[in-house]
Design a protein around this ligand. Structure first.
Ligand code: IYR
Length: 218
């Protein structure tokens, strides 16, 4: 039988709501993806707290179909870098279309991925396709959507805590499943180097779409 408990809503006076929304927008607008990290250590407990925040995301049938792997171990980071660069080399030298390479030009990316060893932590998000309960497969629902939401929460939590991230998608990235020895029901979703930005790091000069470009009023 379904059991319900009282909901304890967060609430503010309306003027404060407008201020809070603007503050949040301005704060989030300062988030930038960076590709050069400092090797300055970040405490494990801080990354764990970000994962707790991420794991509050809504999910299909509340299945919470995600696993966050935290990699600090230099040897594992080295293996991940080696495997990722091998795939990326192939991608940049033949697998990606000219159109794709052209679209990436503003970001000056290439197959070299030193950040995979320099960043103090790599957080690898896995999606859980199904659960095994009493030896039987139980379905998860809207897995990509749910894990995408949790990942978004993680990026926001990291920014809120004063850490920088990179949403990295080596392709294909099945090597992560092997290196991290993940079970059959898990698939890699996103690799997130996280830490402090390198001193003097620069970011691409790009603009966000305006409100008018992204919203339609009915
Ligand atoms: N996975 C490659 C290529 C790449 C693709 C997209 I779409 C980006 O926004 C950025 C990079 C890489 O990580 O370099």
């Amino acid at each position: 039988m379904a059991e319900f408990i009282p909901f304890n809503p967060v609430s503010f006076p309306e003027t404060e709501m407008q201020e809070r929304a603007t503050e949040w927008y301005q704060f989030m607008d300062r988030r930038r993806t960076i590709r050069e990290f400092s090797d300055r250590p970040v405490p494990q407990a801080l990354i764990e707290e970000l994962i707790r925040g991420a794991s509050t995301a809504p999910s299909g049938a509340h299945k919470q179909p995600w696993t966050f792997c935290m990699v600090q171990n230099p040897e594992i980071k080295r293996q991940i870098r080696q495997a990722a660069e091998k795939e990326e080399y192939e991608s940049y030298n033949g697998r990606m279309s000219d159109e794709w390479l052209e679209d990436l030009r503003p970001f000056a990316t290439d197959w070299n991925k030193p950040f995979l060893e320099v960043a103090p932590w790599l957080v690898i998000v896995f999606k859980r396709l199904y659960e095994v309960v009493d030896g039987k497969k139980r379905k998860n629902y809207y897995v990509n959507d749910s894990v995408g939401l949790a990942t978004g929460f993680f990026l926001a939590a990291a920014h809120h805590a004063g850490l920088a991230t990179l949403t990295h998608t080596p392709s294909p990235m099945n090597f992560l499943q092997k290196i991290l020895d993940r079970p059959e029901n898990e698939r890699p979703f996103l690799l997130i180097p996280i830490g402090y930005p390198a001193d003097g790091v620069q970011v691409p000069k790009i603009e966000r779409k305006s409100l008018e470009e992204v919203r339609v009023l009915y």
